[in-house]
Write a protein that binds this ligand. Structure first.
Ligand SMILES: *Cc1c(COP(=O)(O)O)cnc(C)c1O
Length: 397
């Protein structure tokens, strides 16, 4: 029997049945608007409050530091634009970010650049991690915001966020107006994410990466940080994000956060087992593979592997035909496949960048999933290499 295996949990996850169950009443009889004064409104409002506590519990913040948004992308936009627009008095504001940010940070920074802000993109090295020295050197008198992700979405590398938080806090204690935002969408639920340990001012998260629905997320905003709202309307979210709250989705996000905090260690351990099994078998059985990203400082659930002399998309499609879902980091722009900028940023040449595949594990994967993948993977790679015009230069490690 044809069985589909989902190994793309960094793109999105299946809604956990416990999350769905928590949401159901708010899709049916508990349909009130949290802004209404009557019973229905109060019921909805207390559900949103509960979710706010659950989200805060997972990241060790205060509940009133959580702003619900429509997802990770909106949280990033609100953080970056919101900070810059809250500081109109600063001339020539400067942002420091990295070359491996998700498009929801990178493209916002590029847009701001077009509008006259200056942006420094910190490099990463072969290990896929930014250096604190580079950050220190990049900060100028005009630097208002540092935005560096907690964990990368393609190679899973963990960035030195606690060091960045310490640095920006020190500068602020000297009276500087500088804030630190981190996109923690991929890190949440995989490694401990604690806003006090990180020392960030703003932190983005998204529900659909942690077994809750798409279209909801949150931004942590440290008490005292002023943020110009991007969605202007009603007074929801203490005037930081107008619009009627997506109550069922917010309830789902809250429940997903509770589950993630209860199961953090076991989830990390079981993903790590599957990931390590995949990597060690691939390393032994397949010639011409390169593992991308630091071996230690990374999430437990992502393996990013470059296969020489093949196109990642070819392998993706071949695996998909056999029921296995994985991803490449490539972006299809104007009909041509651009190799992943993240794989390029860690110094891989064209061949390795084009042949990169991300396998990302999650709560519902089993050991059998990996064994089934391994049964197919070497023959897929072999077949594609035989078809490849570049096969004469292949199989070098
Ligand atoms: C998925 C993702 C986002 C975007 O979140 P959405 O809720 O899909 O808008 C942002 N940053 C990272 C690192 C992601 O993986």
């Amino acid at each position: 029997m044809f069985r589909r295996i989902y190994l793309d949990n960094s793109a999105t996850t299946q809604v956990d049945p416990r999350v769905l169950e928590a949401m159901m009443p708010y899709l049916t009889e508990k349909f009130g608007n949290p802004s209404s004064i009557h019973f229905f409104g109060q019921e909805a409002k207390s559900a949103v409050d509960k979710a706010r506590h659950q989200v805060a519990g997972l990241i060790n913040s205060r509940p009133n530091e959580i702003v619900f948004t429509s997802g990770g992308t909106e949280a990033n936009n609100l953080a970056i634009r919101g900070i810059l627009e809250s500081q109109p008095a600063i001339s020539n504001p400067h942002i420091v970010t990295s070359v491996i940010e998700h498009s929801a940070v990178r493209n916002v920074c590029e847009d701001l650049e077009k509008r006259g802000f200056s942006v420094t993109y910190l490099p990463v090295y072969e290990n896929g991690i930014v250096k604190l020295e580079d950050l220190e050197a990049a900060i100028t008198e005009n630097t208002v915001l540092v935005s560096i992700m907690t964990a990368n979405n393609e190679i899973g590398t963990l960035q030195p966020v606690a060091g960045i938080g310490k640095l920006t806090r020190e500068l602020r204690s000297q009276g500087r107006k500088i804030w630190f935002h981190t996109d923690a969408v991929q890190a949440l639920g995989k490694v401990p994410v604690d806003v006090e340990e990180i020392g960030c001012d703003l932190l983005s998260l998204s529900a659909h990466k942690i077994y809750a629905p798409k279209g909801v997320g949150a931004l942590y905003v440290r008490r005292g940080v002023r943020l110009h709202p991007q969605n202007i309307g009603g007074h929801q979210e203490r005037d930081r994000r107008g619009g009627t709250e997506s109550v069922p989705n917010i309830v789902g996000l809250g429940e997903a956060c509770s589950i993630a905090s209860d199961e953090l260690e076991t989830a990390a351990e079981s993903s790590r087992l599957l990931r390590d099994r995949l990597e060690s078998a691939v390393g032994e059985d397949i010639q011409g593979v390169v593992f991308n990203g630091d071996r230690e400082r990374r999430l437990p659930n992502i393996a990013n592997i470059s296969f020489t002399s093949i196109e990642g998309e070819g392998l993706l499609i071949n695996l998909d035909m056999q029921g296995i879902a994985v991803s490449t980091g490539s972006a299809c722009s104007s009909g041509t496949l651009e190799p992943s900028p993240v794989i390029r940023a860690i110094g891989r040449g064209d061949d390795l960048a084009r042949g990169a595949i991300r396998f990302s594990f999650g709560r519902f994967n089993t050991y059998d999933d990996v064994e089934d993948l391994l049964r197919l993977l070497s023959s897929c790679v072999k077949n594609l290499r035989e078809l490849s015009p570049a096969r004469t230069s292949s199989a070098t490690k």
